[in-house]
Design a protein around this ligand. Structure first.
Ligand code: ADP
Length: 155
């Protein structure tokens, strides 16, 4: 089935790649904002075959799918290997990444440049919402490891 908007053009398919270990409300806000401009979103959980267990990846996949269950505009998949290959496989028009800080920006710009050079795939950088800009997966993992309730950071 093809999806056409009122202008007769197809909706862009935006790929949002990341580790999502775990998927936070900051990540969800990036997805929601892409949906708000009319995109379809593919969330790609990137993993390293040598490092991640398949149970861990399955768990992440199921948790993120449950966040968007019933929303046909969102697809959630996992991949190992190059992100640009995953974007092509998903027939993505471009990818999106979030930027919380200048440090994020430097890192993301490098990745974006490399991916454009490698495969001609564009990356759109979206600024984090101010109220979520301190939230990171590593912060949530650290809190969990210390027995702190992290529900408010998880969708
Ligand atoms: P990676 O390991 O690939 O950096 P992450 O799962 O940590 O993956 O993050 C995926 C993307 O989401 C990155 O572009 C990151 O900058 C962005 N991101 C992480 N936390 C937030 C947040 N709170 N708000 C907006 N974007 C975020």
């Amino acid at each position: 089935m093809t999806h056409k908007s009122d202008t007769g053009t197809a909706e862009p398919v935006v790929v949002f790649p990341g580790s999502f270990n775990p998927f936070t409300i900051g990540h969800k806000s990036i997805v929601d904002r892409c949906l708000a401009f009319g995109a379809k979103v593919v969330i790609g959980i990137g993993y390293n075959r040598d490092k991640a267990s398949s149970d861990d990846i399955m768990g992440r996949l199921e948790r993120i799918r449950s966040v968007f269950s019933g929303d046909s505009r969102v697809r959630v998949e996992s991949y190992s290997g190059l992100t640009v290959d995953f974007v092509k496989q998903m027939r993505g028009n471009f990818m999106v990444r979030g930027v919380r800080s200048v440090a994020d920006f430097e890192y993301e710009r490098n990745l974006a440049d490399a991916n454009y050079d490698l495969a001609g795939i564009e990356t759109m950088l979206m600024p984090a919402l101010p109220q979520y800009s301190f939230i990171s997966s590593s912060m949530v993992r650290e809190l969990m490891a210390n027995g702190t309730d992290t529900k408010k950071y998880l969708p």
